[in-house]
Design a protein around this ligand. Structure first.
Ligand code: ATP
Length: 214
C-alpha cells in the first residue's frame, strides 16, 4: 500500500502541496478530486519522483522511496498516466507502450505487453502506427497501456476522462473497472467526482494543496 507523509512542494514562493498525508490501501480504487490548479498533477508527479526539492515521505509496502528515482518506482510496479499523455510522437504505438520497460530493464516485458494488449485490444490493433497518427482519444488508450506496462501494483491516472468523447470515456471506464480484478491500487484524479463515482471506493479531496478524506 501507498503511504504519503507530510508532503510539501513549493514552486518558487508558491506552496502547491501543503503537508499532504494520504494512505491508499492495497487493491483500492480511489479518487483524488479537486478543481484545476488544486495540486492533483503535482501530487501524482511527487509520488512518481518527478518533483525536485519535494519534502516529505513516499512509502510503498513500508519501503521508503523518497530518495528513489522514477525508474526505480516504475520497477516496483508504479504506473503513471499523465493528463497530457506525453507520448513520443514519432515513435510507434508499441515503442511508446514499451518505453517504461526499457528504462526499468523489465525482465518479462513481452509477457506483460501481451497482457496489456489482451486488456486493451484497440491498442494492439494500431501498434505499428506512429503516435502522431492517432486521435487524442486513441492516444489516451495508449497512455493507459503504457502506464499498465510497469504499473502492476499502483496506478496513478491523471484526469483520464478529460477531453474524451463519451463513447471513449465509457470504454476507458470499463478498462479501469477491469483492473479491480487485478488487485492493484488505483488513484484517479478528476475535477468532478461524478465522472469517477461508479469506479471508486474512496475519495480524497484536494483543495489548494491540502488533502482530506471523504
Ligand atoms: N512546474 C511548475 N512550476 C510552477 N508552478 C507550477 C508548476 N506545476 C504546477 N504549478 C502550479 O501549481 C499549482 C497546482 O498545479 P497542478 O497542475 O498540480 O494542479 P491540478 O490540480 O493538477 O490542476 P490541472 O488539472 O489544472 O493541472 C497551480 O497553481 C500551477 O500553476
Amino acid at each position: 500500500m501507498l503511504t504519503v507523509k507530510n508532503l510539501n512542494v513549493y514552486f518558487g514562493s508558491q506552496q502547491v502541496l501543503d503537508n499532504v498525508s494520504l494512505d491508499l490501501p492495497a487493491q483500492m480504487m480511489a479518487g483524488l478530486i479537486g478543481r484545476n490548479g488544486a495540486g492533483k498533477t503535482t501530487f501524482m508527479r511527487a509520488v512518481m519522483g518527478l518533483i525536485d526539492g519535494m519534502q516529505g515521505d513516499v512509502e510503498f509496502d513500508a519501503v521508503n522511496l523518497s530518495k528513489s528515482p522514477t525508474h526505480e518506482r516504475a520497477g516496483m510496479g508504479f504506473g503513471y498516466m499523465p493528463e497530457d499523455r506525453k507520448l513520443v510522437p514519432e515513435f510507434t504505438v508499441q515503442d511508446n507502450v514499451m518505453l517504461p520497460a526499457w528504462s526499468t530493464k523489465m525482465a518479462d516485458a513481452d509477457k506483460r505487453l501481451e497482457w496489456v494488449y489482451s486488456l486493451i485490444p484497440e491498442v494492439a490493433n494500431f501498434r505499428d502506427r506512429r503516435a502522431n497518427q492517432l486521435s487524442g482519444g486513441q492516444q489516451k488508450l495508449v497512455a493507459l497501456a503504457r502506464a499498465l506496462l510497469c504499473g502492476n501494483k499502483l496506478l496513478l491516472l491523471d484526469e483520464p476522462f478529460e477531453g474524451v468523447a463519451p463513447a471513449l470515456a465509457q470504454r476507458l471506464a470499463q478498462i479501469i473497472f477491469e483492473l479491480k480484478k487485478e488487485g492493484m491500487s488505483v488513484l484517479i484524479a478528476d475535477s468532478n467526482e461524478q465522472h469517477v463515482r461508479e469506479l471508486i471506493e474512496r475519495s480524497f479531496t484536494i483543495e489548494r494543496g491540502t488533502v482530506t478524506v471523504q
